[in-house]
Design a protein around this ligand. Structure first.
Ligand SMILES: [Zn+2]
Length: 122
């Protein structure tokens, strides 16, 4: 008996083999990647040891690459702040608040300010 199911990522039909009855993704590369990402999200949510492990790996990576974020900020001095403000503008727009234009004005001012300062930034 051949069972079929839709891939959770691309919704193509997949044939379920008895060796792998829980298959939820097809064999396409992006779908396997999606499966792995989903697995990791689940694992992070449910497995404290794995979570600690990942955090430790991240910490070690940052120790080995201490200049990465510093250099990144140097290359993109207004990146973080700009993004934060844009997100706030989007949030306000979504809620239909009428002070979004106020925030945009603030955002423009902050970019000017950062550009002025960026010579000595970092
Ligand atoms: Zn697929």
């Amino acid at each position: 008996m051949v069972r079929e199911r839709r891939c959770k990522n691309c919704h193509d039909l997949i044939q379920i083999r008895p060796q792998n009855p829980n298959q939820k993704y097809c064999s396409k590369r992006e779908c396997q990647r999606a499966r792995k990402a989903q697995w990791q999200r689940n694992k992070l949510k449910n497995d404290k040891a794995y979570r600690d492990n990942q955090r430790e790996a991240g910490r070690k990576w940052r120790e080995r690459n201490p200049d990465y974020w510093r250099n990144y900020r140097k290359r993109n001095p207004d990146y973080a702040r700009h993004n934060r403000l844009q997100q706030r503008v989007r949030n306000h727009r979504k809620r239909g608040r009428d002070n979004a234009s106020d925030l945009i004005a603030k955002m423009d001012a902050s970019i000017v300010e950062i550009n002025v300062l960026s010579g000595g930034y970092g």
